[in-house]
Design a binder for this molecule. Structure first.
Ligand code: ZN
Length: 235
């Protein structure tokens, strides 16, 4: 039987770490790809190797499956500018109804680069943490967008590209529960301790849900999801 392989879009955040666990539970060989796109805070990128080493060391059934990590520079989003994730500006709602943390085309660029790397490495299955239930309403996280991308990439590469989005229709509380189901409390604890979600990249303030400024929309969502998960997990 041929070995099944996946390439996980792995940013070092909570969602992509759960996606990595999801892929390791399903595929024989899993590689990771991350992007240095000029994000203002390097905390997420710094979390990636810590999370990967901890998974290798602490999850024996997964460690042999975990393959190469690829960090790809992608300078277009920063050069284009205008987002609170790439420039020093306060997070607020834009006139288009989207928060200014939206980086236009970011996920589309990520998926394109991931599919191109997958092409080179013979990997047709991509896994990403896009989610359309989360409040931000980023249009490049919608299932329609992602599946249209899979079709465009399959056509453009003349090879089938499948994009798996295990978090697409679940909320943040369910994402924590999925982490527990995949890797037990050890995976939940690892995500709390090492993953970075905060838009400010804050690693100085520790909460029960992990590190973060505690006030940005990403921290707010992570905190509320963790609280709901804990209530649901009580016997
Ligand atoms: Zn924050």
């Amino acid at each position: 039987m041929t070995k099944t392989q996946a390439l996980v879009l792995f940013s070092g955040g909570q969602d992509s770490t759960v996606c990595l666990g999801w892929a390791l539970a399903r595929f024989d060989h899993v590689e990771t790809i991350g992007f240095d796109y000029g994000q203002r805070h390097a905390a997420e990128l710094a979390a990636r190797p810590r999370l990967l080493s901890a998974i290798k060391a602490g999850f024996p059934r997964w460690s042999a499956k975990l393959g190469q990590d690829h960090l790809i520079p992608l300078s277009a989003p920063r050069a284009i500018g205008g987002s609170a994730l790439t420039e020093s500006m306060a997070i607020e709602m834009g006139r288009d109804g989207l928060p200014n943390t939206f980086v236009p085309g970011r996920n589309l660029m990520f998926l394109t680069a991931a599919a191109a790397l997958g092409y080179r490495r013979g990997i047709a299955d991509l896994v990403g943490g896009m989610c359309e239930t989360d409040f931000s309403g980023y249009p490049d996280c919608r299932n329609d967008t992602v599946q249209a991308m899979a079709k465009a990439l399959s056509l453009g590469l003349a090879r089938e590209v499948r994009i798996h989005t295990p978090l697409m229709s679940i909320d943040k509380a369910a994402t924590w529960a999925l982490a527990r189901d995949l890797g037990g409390t050890a995976l939940v604890d690892l995500i709390v301790e090492e993953s970075v979600t905060c838009y400010e990249g804050d690693r100085t303030r520790r909460h029960d849900w992990g590190y973060g400024c505690g006030v940005c929309p990403a921290c707010d969502l992570r905190a509320k999801g963790f609280a709901a998960y804990r209530i649901a997990a009580q016997p």
